[in-house]
Each structure stands twice: as structure tokens, then as C-alpha cells.
Design a protein around this ligand. Sequence first.
Ligand code: ZN
Ligand code: ZN
Length: 145
Amino acid sequence: MEIIDNHICKICKKSYSSYSSLWNHHKNIHKNNNSTNVNFIPPNSTNDIQKSINYNCRYCNKIYNKNKSRWKHEQKCKVIYEEKNKEKQLIEIKIAEINKEKEIELAKINKEIKLAEINLELKKVEIIASSEAYIRPLGLEKKIH
Ligand SMILES: [Zn+2]
Ligand SMILES: [Zn+2]
């Protein structure tokens, strides 16, 4: 007899060679007895827990124990994420428009500055020309005297 002591049903004292068969026994025979089943872990549960750690939402990175609950959450999260993305895109488009307007305005201002500079240069030339014209009659006056 190679039955290991660890695999004995606590309720009916039946012995099992493996933990999984004992678990199956518990599941099938004592399924209504919750008080003794509380700390009874399914044979593959450790693997399930390790797997479940990776069930995180691809939109907000929330971690879920079960793939199903993660999937449920993702359906909601997806809508929120896509709406946020749309808002983001709209904001980006608006920013781009504002930047374009700014650029156009800046170009206008630059043009105006250049025009003002040209006007200033023209005025300088005018002043010089008029002052020269003013000197000339003076010179003429002197010649008359
Ligand atoms: Zn039993
Ligand atoms: Zn999410």
C-alpha cells in the first residue's frame, strides 16, 4: 500500500494516492459542505494564479484575477479609451490649427515689421532729400546776397 497520508479526506477519511483525485472526490462527494472546503485549493490553482497575474487591461493596465472579468472590464474601458483618444485627437487638431493661425499671424507681423522698416528707410531718404532740397535754396539765397 503506497497511499500517502496527506491525501486523506477530512470528512469521510478516505485515502487517495494523489492530491487531484482527493480534490475531485471533495468536489463530487462533499460539494455542499462549504465549511470543510474553505481552504481546499484545486490542484491546478497555483498555475491559474500565476496566469491570472498577467490579465491586465490593455487600455489602462488594471490587473484582473480572471480573464473573464478582465475582458468584461476591457469592453467598458475600450469605449472610454477610444473616446479619450478621439478627444485627444480633436485637441491635437485644434492645437495644430491654432499653431497655423499663429504662424500666419507671425508671418503677417513680420511682413508688417519689414514694411514699416522699408517705410522708415523711405522716410529717411525723404528727410535727407528734403533737407538737401532745403539746403539748396539756402545756398541759392546766399548766392543771391
Ligand atoms: Zn470524503
Ligand atoms: Zn481598463
